[in-house]
Design a protein around this ligand. Structure first.
Ligand code: TYM
Length: 390
């Protein structure tokens, strides 16, 4: 073995150790970083994942695994009122990360166009999403909040990425695949949705992308497209890493399936508390006799309770499940009480913000201006790399 080989092996070991240290420190606080190696990745992408992980400059790998102040980016679609899944899977992470890191958070109105086909509704939903995020604790002094369509650089970048996107990769993406399997009509917007999402992420040199489990596949696609571009045109993009939470990655809905607007099983964050209580009381439960002991982790009501309650309360509830002899009505009431209290401060803050819409629109203007500056530089880098312009 030559001296260069030995040096490379030492470097690789040092890199893996540093990477493991970052993963462990995030995991210790209940977080999960889905790397290309441990996240389920798209079939057919392995060759380029290999290129991305082992061939690109070591400097880039070093820069994002060692950086304690990372560019964190994520987005939410304004397709209706946000629900508990959006909050515990994603928004809570945005807020937790905004102090230590450079957060870029946006309202994905371009993505929402694939489902919301009414201008007034889309405009209102976009404003509502901004109010919701600010009320929940997103702080514009710490993070950048903006609306996706206010940064047109992203759509140009989408095209640059689209030219290198294999059709098969998009055919395997779940949003399009699910719709097609159900025999529903899908348009080119839905089909190319993951490419726009990749552009969203790459346009800001994002390193960490906090999301729920359902978005991890899209971040793998983003890594894949960025890796291919880097391979063809030289180092241009930073490869992002998805971050999910242990108990928040797949929040169940009132029927036990993943909570999702398309399943009609959501519990909203804001709205009339009495109606929300009614929705919780209507949550489906199994038909086992009250006396039977039950495994708490298998029950979606318990999973919901765990999102809000303190560790001691969770332990007491788990013990009750294992003992048996309780009615689900009590658990539902506990979920309703604890959640009502949890979101109380955000509800009050939202009412205040509704009276100050100028502040909201100024925040979005400032956010878009800052986001555009960053995206313009990355787009320029990408245009030059592939031979566009002078
Ligand atoms: P969207 O609007 O569907 O969801 C917003 C965030 O909420 C998470 N989420 C959940 N997490 C846990 N349990 C659930 N039941 C649940 N339901 C939703 C989602 O994983 C997501 O993190 N394509 C994205 C928006 C987007 C984006 C991006 C995200 C556009 N560009 C770039 C990250 C980076 C979407 O439709 O999210």
């Amino acid at each position: 073995m030559g001296i260069m080989d030995r040096l490379l092996i030492h470097l690789a070991i040092a890199l893996l150790a540093r990477k493991a240290a970052l993963t462990t420190s995030l995991a210790a606080s209940g977080n999960r970083v889905a790397t290309a190696q441990n996240a389920r990745c798209t079939r057919g992408s392995r060759a380029s994942l290999f290129r991305q992980n082992y061939a690109p400059s070591l400097a880039r790998l070093f820069s994002y695994h060692l950086d304690s102040h990372m560019r964190v980016l994520s987005g939410i679609q304004p397709t209706g009122r946000p629900h508990w899944g959006n909050f515990f899977g994603a928004i809570r992470q945005y807020i937790d990360l905004q102090t230590e890191h450079d957060g870029f958070y946006f309202i994905a109105d371009l993505h929402a166009l694939t489902t919301v086909r009414d201008a007034k509704t889309l405009r209102q939903n976009t404003l509502d999403a901004a109010l919701d995020m600010l009320a929940l604790g997103l702080d514009p002094e710490k993070a950048t909040l903006f609306v996706q369509s206010r940064v047109p650089e992203v759509t140009e970048l989408t095209w640059l990425l689209m030219t290198g996107t294999p059709m098969g990769l998009l055919e395997r993406c779940h949003a399009y695949k699910d719709k097609k399997e159900k025999g529903l009509k899908a348009d080119a917007g839905l089909f190319t949705y993951p490419v726009l999402m990749a552009a969203d992420i790459l346009a800001y040199d994002s390193q960490l992308v906090p999301v729920g489990q359902d978005q991890v596949q899209h971040i793998e696609v983003c890594r894949d497209l960025a890796g291919t571009f880097n391979h063809e045109f030289g180092e241009t993009f930073i490869l992002p890493v998805a971050k999910t939470l242990e108990h928040g990655a797949k929040v169940p809905g009132t029927d036990g399936q993943k909570m999702s607007k398309s399943y009609n099983n959501t519990l909203p964050l804001f709205g009339d508390v009495k109606s929300i209580r009614k929705m919780i009381m209507r949550t489906t439960t199994d038909s086992r006799p009250m006396d039977d002991p039950k495994e708490p982790d298998d029950d979606h009501l318990f999973q919901l309770y765990r999102l809000f309650a303190s560790p001691a309360e969770v332990e007491t509830m788990a013990a009750m499940y294992r003992r048996g002899g309780f009615g689900y009505g009590d658990v539902k009431k506990a979920v309703a009480d604890v959640s009502e209290q949890y979101f109380q401060a955000a509800r009050e803050k939202r009412l205040e913000l509704e009276k100050n819409l100028d502040y909201v629109s100024q925040t979005l203007d400032a956010g878009a201006a800052k986001a555009r500056q960053v995206a313009a530089k990355v787009l320029d880098r990408a245009r030059k790399a592939c031979g566009l312009g002078a």
